[in-house]
Design a protein around this ligand. Structure first.
Ligand code: PRX
Length: 654
C-alpha cells in the first residue's frame, strides 16, 4: 500500500497553502522567504556570514566565513570561537531564566518541568562532575541513556567543556555499543540503571556491562543515572552514580570557548559497508543550521511548546531536541516511553496535557497510530496544535492526509523535512508560512541550500518528474566534517562522482513541474526501517558471524507500517533447515541479530536455500532477490545460474 502510494505520487497534485491566519503570525512570510533566497543567491557566503552573526553568540567573532582550501573538507567560520551550551542556555538567562526549557514525561506518568535557569545549573553541576573525573576538551564520551532530561544535560555538559559526545541509541545491543565506544576511543560512558519503554525496563547498565566485558580498553569511568531503581552491579572505582558525581558541585561552570570547527559530537550511522561510520559534526556550523531550521521550518515562537518525538540516539533527537530548539530559546517536550503505552492514545494525550503547539514525528509512527483508528486522537483536545512535521522516510499520501485531517484538523501545515545524519539539519523542507505543501513531497530547498537532481554526468535534470541523483552543490555550514578516523571514507562516500564537486546524498529524487522535490529512495545498500537507517551489509555481517550461517543476503520489501521490512536469504552449514527446524533456526538467527546490532535490525523474514543466485562473476543477484522478497514475477534471465533450483527454494516453492 505504502509503496504503491509512494510510486504513484506522479498523480498526486493536491496542494495545501497555509491559512491566512497562519501566514499572518508566521516568522517567515512569503516576502521574507523571497528575500532570503535572493540574498543567498546573490551572495552565498555573505548570506551565511549574516546568518551566523545574527543567530549565534560568538565569544570571538569570525573573520573567515568559508575556508574551502581543503575541499571537499569545508570549514566554516574558522577563526571564530563560541560555546554551544552557552548558545543553548546562558544567552537566554537574562530574558527568560524562568521560562520552561524542558517538560519531561516518563512512561509511567511522572512529569518534571525544568526552567532555563535550572537547566543551566544542572548542566554546570554535571559538567563540573565530568571535570572531576578528568574529562577535558577533546575527550570522547559515549552516552547510552533513556529519554530523560539527563540525556540532554549530559550532551550539553559535554559541549560546555569541549568534550565530544557520541550518543548510542538505547535500543542498540551491547555489541553495537562496544564497537562505537572503541571506534570513538571513548574514555567515559554515561548510562542509567534502566529506562521505561513499552511497559518494560530497558536494561541499559546490564547491556553496558556486557559491552565493557567484551573489551573497551579506553573506558576509564562509567556514570550511572538512577532512573528505575532496580538492582544493578556497580564496579568499584570504575562506576559512579550520577547523583554522587554532581553532589556538592558548583552550579557555575565557565564554558570552554572552542573553535567554530571543534567537533561537537560523533553520531554513528549505517552506510554501504558492514561498519557504521562516525559522522563528525562541528560546533558553529552545525548549531547555525540547527537553530535557523527550528526558527524557519518549525516557526518556533515565544509561546510555542515543541515536541519532537525522536530519541536523542538519532540525529533528529540532536538537532530538534537537545540543541536546536534550546538555541532558539523554546520549550521542548521529552517523553521517555512508547507511543502505545498504556494505549494508542498516549501521544495525543501528551499533546492535550502539555498543550503542544508544534509536533514532529516519523511517518512510521503516524502509520502505526493511524491503524488504531480515529477514536484515539478524537478522545483528546488537539486544538493547541498549529504545525505538524514528519521526517525520516517518504510519507505516503494516505498517512499524510490522515495526519492533516484527523490530527491537524485541516488547520495545521505539515512540514515534510528531508535531511540526513550527515547534513545535520533540514535541507529540503517547506517554510510553512511561505510554501504550499503537497502530500508526499518535501517541497523546496531552504534558502542557502543548493540542492539539485542530476544525471550520471552531473548535469541538472530539468525535465519534470525524471529521476536522478539528489546532490547538494555547495557546501553548507552543518555539513558533516568528516568520518571519524577515516578521511578516505568521507571522500569515497560523499564525493565519489561529479569530480568530487557535489555532495552525494545517497538518495534518488525527482522534481515536479513546480520544482518540488520528491524523494524516491536510496541508491545504495541502505534500508530504511521505521525511519531508521540500516546497511544491508551490516545485517549480512551479523548473520554470517553466526556459526550456522555460511552466506547471507539481505534486501527489503515494502511494509505498510515500517516503510520497509528486512528479508534475509540465508545459506546454512550442512543441511538446509526444513520443516520444524525452520522456525527454530529463524528464531535463533533473529535473536542473534538482535544481540549483534539491536532489535530494529532483526529480519522480518528469513528464507533458506542451498545457494544464492549469483552472476557468472560471482555477484549476488540482488535485484532478483528483491523480486523474490516482494513476491513479484521474475522477468530476468536466470538460465545462466549455476543452480536454477535455488530460485524455487528461495521462493518457497520447493
Ligand atoms: O533516504 C533519506 C531518508 O532518510 C535518510 C537519512 O537517514 P538518517 O541519516 O538516519 O536521518 C534520518 C533523519 C533525518 C535519507 O537519506 N529521509 C529522511 N527524511 C526524509 C527521507 N526520505 C524521504 N522524505 C523525508 N522527509
Amino acid at each position: 500500500m505504502a509503496d504503491n502510494d509512494i510510486n504513484s505520487t506522479l498523480v498526486e497534485n493536491r496542494q495545501f497553502p497555509p491559512s491566512e491566519e497562519f501566514v499572518a503570525r508566521a516568522r517567515i512570510k512569503p516576502a521574507d522567504f523571497e528575500a532570503l533566497h535572493k540574498h543567498a543567491e546573490a551572495n552565498y557566503e555573505g548570506f551565511w556570514e549574516y546568518q551566523a552573526r545574527q543567530n549565534l553568540d560568538w565569544h570571538k567573532p569570525f573573520s573567515i566565513t568559508l575556508d574551502d582550501s581543503r575541499a571537499p573538507h569545508y570549514q566554516w567560520f574558522t577563526d571564530g570561537e563560541l560555546n554551544v551550551s552557552y548558545n543553548c542556555i546562558d544567552r537566554h538567562l537574562a530574558t527568560q531564566a524562568d521560562k520552561t526549557a524542558i517538560i519531561f514525561e516518563g512512561e509511567e506518568g511522572d512529569t518534571r518541568h525544568i526552567s532555563y535557569q535550572q537547566l543551566h545549573d544542572e548542566v554546570c553541576q554535571f559538567a563540573n562532575g565530568l571535570k572531576s573525573r578528568g574529562i577535558k576538551n577533546g575527550d570522547r564520551v559515549v552516552i547510552y541513556m533513556p529519554m530523560t532530561p539527563e540525556a540532554v544535560i549530559a550532551m550539553q555538559a559535554c559541549a560546555r567543556i569541549g568534550a565530544i559526545h557520541s550518543v548510542v541509541f538505547g535500543g542498540f545491543s551491547a555489541e553495537s555499543l562496544r564497537d562505537r565506544i572503541n571506534d570513538a576511543g571513548a574514555v567515559m560512558l554515561i548510562t542509567a540503571d534502566g529506562g521505561h519503554r513499552g511497559g518494560k525496563i530497558v536494561e541499559l547498565k546490564t547491556a553496558a556491562d556486557k559491552a565493557l566485558e567484551k573489551g573497551t580498553p579506553s573506558i576509564e569511568n562509567v556514570i550511572v543515572l538512577k532512573r528505575t531503581g532496580q538492582d544493578i552491579a556497580m564496579q568499584s572505582g570504575r562506576d559512579h552514580w550520577w547523583h554522587d558525581i554532581v553532589a556538592g558541585q558548583s552550579s557555575e561552570c565557565e564554558p570552554e570557548w572552542v573553535n567554530a570547527t571543534h567537533p561537537l559530537f560523533l553520531l554513528y550511522t549505517s552506510g554501504s559497508t558492514g561498519k557504521p561510520k562516525g559522522i563528525q559534526h562541528s560546533s558553529a556550523g552545525y548549531l547555525l543550521n540547527a537553530v535557523i531550521t527550528n526558527l524557519w521550518v518549525f516557526d518556533l515562537q515565544d509561546n510555542d511548546i515543541f515536541w519532537c518525538t525522536a530519541d536523542v540516539g538519532w540525529i533528529t533527537g540532536h538537532t530538534y531536541v537537545a540543541f536546536g530548539p534550546l538555541a532558539a530559546g523554546s520549550t521542548i517536550v521529552m517523553y521517555e516511553g512508547a507511543p502505545v503505552v498504556p494505549d494508542a492514545g498516549r501521544f495525543w494525550k501528551i499533546v492535550e496535557d502539555h498543550k503542544i503547539t508544534v509536533f514532529y514525528t516519523a511517518p512510521t509512527a503516524i502509520r502505526a497510530l493511524m491503524k488504531f483508528g480515529d477514536e484515539y486522537p478524537n478522545k483528546y483536545d488537539l486544538s493547541s496544535l498549529r504545525l505538524l512535521g514528519t521526517v525520516g522516510e517518504p510519507i505516503n499520501p494516505e498517512a499524510w492526509m490522515w495526519y492533516h485531517t484527523v490530527i491537524g484538523k485541516e488547520r495545521c501545515p505539515i512540514v515534510d523535512t528531508w535531511w540526513q545524519t550527515e547534513t545535520g539539519a533540514h535541507m529540503i523542507a517547506p517554510i510553512p508560512g511561505a510554501v504550499s505543501t503537497k502530500p508526499g513531497s518535501c517541497t523546496l530547498p531552504l534558502p542557502g541550500i543548493v540542492a539539485d537532481v542530476v544525471n550520471e554526468e552531473g548535469e541538472s535534470i530539468t525535465e519534470a518528474n525524471k529521476g536522478g541523483y539528489l546532490v547538494i552543490k555547495k557546501p553548507f555550514p552543518s555539513m558533516l566534517q568528516t568520518v571519524w578516523g577515516d578521511e578516505q571514507r568521507y571522500i569515497d562516500t560523499y564525493f565519489p562522482k561529479f569530480g568530487g564537486k557535489y555532495y552525494l546524498a545517497g538518495d534518488s529524487a525527482r522534481r515536479d513541474e513546480d520544482g518540488y522535490f520528491w524523494i524516491m529512495g536510496r541508491i545504495d545498500d541502505v534500508v530504511n526501517i521505521s525511519g531508521h537507517r540500516l546497511g544491508t551489509m551490516e545485517i549480512e555481517s551479523a548473520l554470517v558471524a553466526h556459526e550456522r550461517v555460511v552466506e547471507a543476503a539481505v534486501v527489503s520489501r515494502p511494509h505498510d507500517v515500517k516503510g520497509e521490512a528486512i528479508v534475509a536469504f540465508v545459506i546454512c552449514n550442512g543441511e538446509r533447515p526444513v520443516d520444524e527446524e525452520v522456525k527454530k533456526v529463524v528464531q535463533e538467527l533473529r535473536d542473534w541479530v538482535g544481540e549483534e546490532i539491536g532489535a530494529i535490525a532483526k529480519p522480518d523474514e528469513i528464507r533458506f536455500a542451498d545457494g544464492l543466485p549469483k552472476t557468472r562473476s560471482g555477484k549476488i543477484m540482488r535485484r532478483l532477490l528483491r523480486n523474490i522478497a516482494r513476491g513479484e514475477e521474475i522477468t530476468q534471465d536466470i538460465s545462466t545460474l549455476e543452480n536454477e533450483g535455488v530460485v524455487k527454494q528461495l521462493q518457497g516453492k520447493e
